[in-house]
Each structure stands twice: as C-alpha cells, then as structure tokens.
Design a protein around this ligand. Structure first.
Ligand SMILES: *Cc1c(COP(=O)(O)O)cnc(C)c1O
Length: 375
C-alpha cells in the first residue's frame, strides 16, 4: 500500500517552465506586447496541429464563442440549444448576444449532449446548437450536425476541452464553420488565458478577423470600421506561452492517456462502486479531465471532495455544472427532463491528473476512494 501521508496532490498542474520564459522574454525584449507577430505565428501553428483551414486567436474560449455568434450573424431573439451539463460560458454567450438558451440533456456514457434532444427544439425558432465536447471526449458529431441541419440551425462547437481530440479519426477543429477552443490552465494546452476559433469557411474567417478587433478592416492601407465589434484579441505575451506549450502538447496527451489507463486498471481491480470514463470506439479521448461517476456506496459528492482534501490531501472537483441548478439559469427553458445532467452533476468527480503525477500517487488516490466507500 502507498504511504498514507504523501504531499498534497492537486487536481492539475500546468506544464510550464523555462521554454515558456524564453518565449515570453523574446516578446518583452521586442517591445511589441499586444496582438502582433507571435499571435500570427501561434495561429499558423494551431492550424497545423488542428488540421484547420483557418484559426483566429482570442482572449479566451468565451470570447471565441461570442465571436462565432457574431461571425455567423445569428438573429437576436432566437433560441440556441445548449447542453445543461456544461460550464456556464456555453450559455452565457447566448444570453449576452440577445438569444435564449434551451437546455438539453446529456448522455451519461460520455457526458455529451444527446443528439435526439436537438430534434425536440423543432418549431422553437432555433438559430444554432452549441454542443460541448465533454472533458476531452468528442460528442456525437455526425448525429448532432445532422439533427441541427433538420432544424436549419448552425452548429458552434464548444471544443474548450478538445484540443487534439478526435472523432472517427478526424481531429476536432479540422471541419466546421465554428469550433472554439480554450487555453485556460485547466485545459491541455495553456497560454495562461486564451482561446481560438477554428473555421473551414472563408467568409466566417473574414468576419471573425474584423469582429475580433472593433469591427475593423483595412481598405487601401487605411483602417475602416465596418461593423460594431469589440476587442477579443490575444496578446503576443500569451501567444508566446502557447507556442512553447505546443512543443510539449503531444507528450502531454500521451502521458494523460497512459495515466487514464492506469486509473482504469486500478479502479477495475479495486471493485469500487464507481464508473471510470468511457472511450467510445469512434473517439480519441485526451482526458482533459478524468471524470468518474460515484455509485451508491459513496457519500454525497461534496462530502467526498471535502474528506479527500482534508483527510487525504487530495484535490478533486465536480465534473462540471448543471446550468438549471444555478441561480443565473433558474428561469431558462428546458427542452425536456434532465435526468442525465442531474445525475452527472450530483455524482461526478474529477480525479487529479497532471504530468508529474506518479503511478504510486494514482494508487494512493484510488486507495483513498476505497476508504471513503461504504461497500
Ligand atoms: C473552460 C471552458 C470554457 C471557458 O473557457 P475560457 O477560455 O476560460 O473562456 C467554456 N466551455 C467549456 C466546456 C469549458 O470547459
């Protein structure tokens, strides 16, 4: 058995060091700190990594989602289908743009939106669907696009967690009019804060470039303001961190996949009443978060989080949030009952996973869960 008292095990620890420092120093020395050559370099590199036609870097995934709504020119007052089990940003961008989110249930196998839920929005003046790739696993892309198409709705992919995730062998971001990524430190690849919009549509790309920067275009070498855009730009300082991160990101994914396999085996061997995350046959999971579902033998999830922290020195967290359980969404319409989302919110738990987490620390985490279980 691993020793009871090891040092504190955090949920995640970004892989940053001297490579990032050197890149940032270059930017500071250059005297050009705002959006400039480093952002351009980061964007071209991201296109390569994602297999995307165009990438527009932004200050966050949230602003990338807003930019997508602007660039697709969604009509105000229309409805947008979003999963109930997600980070609030997915739906907040809809509200801020004058739309109405419609909350849809998720599938407990993958935590992704149920494709059939989309059809329940028929007749509700739906302009878009914003499905979320949950925790590094893809949602059911073909089915969701097909059903959105039946409603005449656009699809904006919330791919905040899905950098290098694949669906049927295809990289997320290599197709689609609007696919939005996050580079927050909780994600696989970080630029401290940051995000991007990937698109295979030339027109969406041109709009996004203008809307990212005050609705500005250049005409005959001069600035012209042709739309009412805001400032969604990334800085060269942040892009420099991202560029250094790209050199490591494949190793980060490989390591997380290996750690997931170890957790899966430890959990299977322990016979514990909890379900490890599933990787569907059509998916390549990056395990941006390793999220388990606690069975009945475990106390309430929040109690598990508290005891793991206090007694065992292990940081864990809820998978993500049920929007309908938050004050900001109390009066938001639901497309149907939300049993999948309710259960996911009540019983999901994210286990620690980061580059330097050792196999014996993983065994300690699973052993601590065993002590917590009543079975
Ligand atoms: C992290 C996250 C966001 C927000 O990303 P930011 O870059 O912090 O704006 C949005 N949606 C999902 C699903 C996320 O996990």
């Amino acid at each position: 058995m691993p020793s009871r008292k090891t040092s504190f095990i955090p949920l995640i620890r970004p892989v940053v060091g001297k490579e990032e420092l050197e890149e940032v120093k270059e930017v500071l020395d250059s005297g050009w700190l705002a959006q400039g050559p480093k952002v351009k370099e980061f964007e071209r590199k991201l296109e390569g990594f994602l297999g995307a036609k165009h990438v527009v870097a932004t200050s966050s995934c949230t602003t990338a989602l807003s930019l997508a709504i602007d660039a697709l020119d969604l009509r105000r007052g229309t409805a947008v289908v979003v999963p109930d089990f997600t980070f609030p940003a997915t739906a907040n961008v809809v509200v801020r743009a004058g739309g109405e989110p419609l909350l849809a249930d998720v599938d407990l196998d993958t935590f992704g939106i149920k494709p059939t839920e989309v059809l329940k929005a028929r007749g509700k003046d739906v302009s878009a669907v914003i499905p979320v790739h949950p925790f590094g696993h893809p949602f059911e892309v073909d089915e969701v696009y097909e059903n959105a198409g039946k409603l005449g709705a656009e699809v904006i992919e919330d791919a905040a967690t899905a950098f290098l995730t694949r669906y049927k062998g295809r990289r997320v971001g290599s197709r689609g009019r609007a696919v939005c990524f996050s580079f927050h430190p909780r994600k696989l690849l970080t630029s401290a804060e940051g995000g991007c919009l990937a698109t295979d549509d030339d027109e969406v790309y041109e709009w996004a470039l203008a809307m990212r920067s005050h609705g500005q275009v250049r005409r005959k070498g001069k600035a012209a303001f042709v739309m009412n855009g805001l400032n969604y730009r990334m800085s060269d300082v942040h892009a420099a961190i991202g560029i250094a991160q790209l050199r490591k990101v494949r190793a980060i994914v490989a390591r997380r996949r290996k750690q997931a396999k170890i957790y899966n085996e430890l959990i299977a061997d322990s016979g514990l009443d909890l379900r490890p995350p599933e990787e569907k046959g059509w998916a390549f999971h990056t395990y941006q978060s390793y999220v388990v579902l606690l069975g009945r033998a475990f106390p309430l999830r929040d109690r598990c989080v508290g005891v793991l922290r206090k007694r065992f020195g292990i940081e864990t967290q809820v998978g993500t949030y049920s929007l309908s359980a938050q004050d900001a969404f109390r009066s938001t319409r639901k497309l149907s009952g939300l049993p999948g989302s309710g259960r996911a919110y009540g019983r999901s738990l994210t286990l620690p996973m980061y580059h330097s987490l050792s196999e014996s620390q993983q065994a300690y985490v699973v052993d601590s869960l065993r002590r917590l279980s009543r079975a």
